[in-house]
Design a protein. Structure first.
Length: 296
């Protein structure tokens, strides 16, 4: 027990810097929704990395941005709520995009934090060497970081190094979760996130942030190994409903087909997935609907 380390790590940063991709790379499989569109993660997603002599629990947080509605406010509160309960912070920066005002505001907010901050300069695979060098120098001058680690989450560059660094900042302690557990999220939440991810992949830019997904039915059949799942995709406008469904239902079929494959990999069993689309006007400002969709 004296040699075992265990602790919690919050992953923070601006939207679309690769936070979920980093967590998935560290865990070794996809547990968080990944998209090229910002503000993909809405809830804290807690994943567990277990080795023989340490266990790290990662909390993936929504991208830090200026909130525009109640959902945005919820996302920002979610980020701030984790600081008191973690042993280290991974502050992720898209170094290919350059260090911007949003990154500097986050850095400023971390100056008074009394836990180790590891700055991760992500996307070095599509960055110029001078961008990485300048980024390291700027964060060194800020004085907020215990470590600065350039990585490519997509390519896996320096992921092992990042893991080794994190272990050094974890306190000695027991294993909090069983070794075969990789997330504390219920299956229905992960499935709803998979469906939302596929919608983000398939739909136009004006639709995705107005989308929420609720699993309304999930049951395994008695006569054969097959799980029936019904889910409702909520949108805010009639025009969005038409885009989601698509001509002769083709877009909805495409979303469902992509989601079903990932859900079957998650559950290890054949899945019959049925998707419905409903309009809920301005649902992102409706506290009751947000609670129904799991934003508690």
């Amino acid at each position: 027990m004296a040699r075992h380390r265990s602790g919690f790590v919050a992953i923070i940063g601006r939207p679309n810097v690769g936070k979920s991709t980093i967590m998935n790379a560290l865990i070794g499989q996809k547990m968080a929704i990944v998209s090229d569109k910002p503000q993909t993660t809405r809830n804290q997603i807690q994943c567990v990395l277990t080795r023989d002599d340490y266990q790290i629990i990662f909390i993936d947080t929504p991208g830090i941005h200026r909130p525009k509605n109640e959902l945005g406010n919820y996302m920002i509160k979610t980020v701030r709520s984790v600081f008191d309960d973690v042993d280290a912070i991974l502050f992720v920066v898209d170094i290919a995009d350059g260090i911007g005002g949003g990154d500097r505001r986050i850095a400023e907010s971390l100056k008074d934090v009394n836990i180790p901050v590891i700055v991760v300069l992500n996307k070095i695979d599509i960055s110029e060497p001078f961008q990485v060098e300048e980024g390291i120098k700027e964060f060194e001058n800020m004085g907020i970081a215990k470590e600065i680690v350039p990585i490519s989450a997509l390519q896996g560059n320096n992921i092992s190094k990042l893991e080794s660094i994190l272990v050094e900042y974890m306190p000695y302690g027991p294993q909090y979760y069983p070794p075969d557990m990789i997330t504390d999220q219920p299956e229905q939440f992960i499935i709803s996130e998979i469906i939302r991810e596929k919608a983000l992949e398939c739909l136009h830019d004006e639709v995705p942030h107005g989308i929420g997904v609720e699993i309304t039915h999930m049951e395994e059949r008695d006569d054969r190994p097959l799980v029936d799942i019904r889910a409702t995709i909520y949108c805010e406008k009639k025009s969005h409903k038409g885009i989601i469904i698509g001509k002769q239902g083709r877009m909805l079929q495409k979303i469902g087909s992509k989601a079903r494959k990932d859900i079957e990999r998650l559950l290890g069993v054949q899945v019959y997935l049925e998707l419905w689309v409903k309009i809920k006007d301005d649902w992102r400002n409706n506290i009751g609907v947000l609670k129904d969709l799991g934003y508690k």
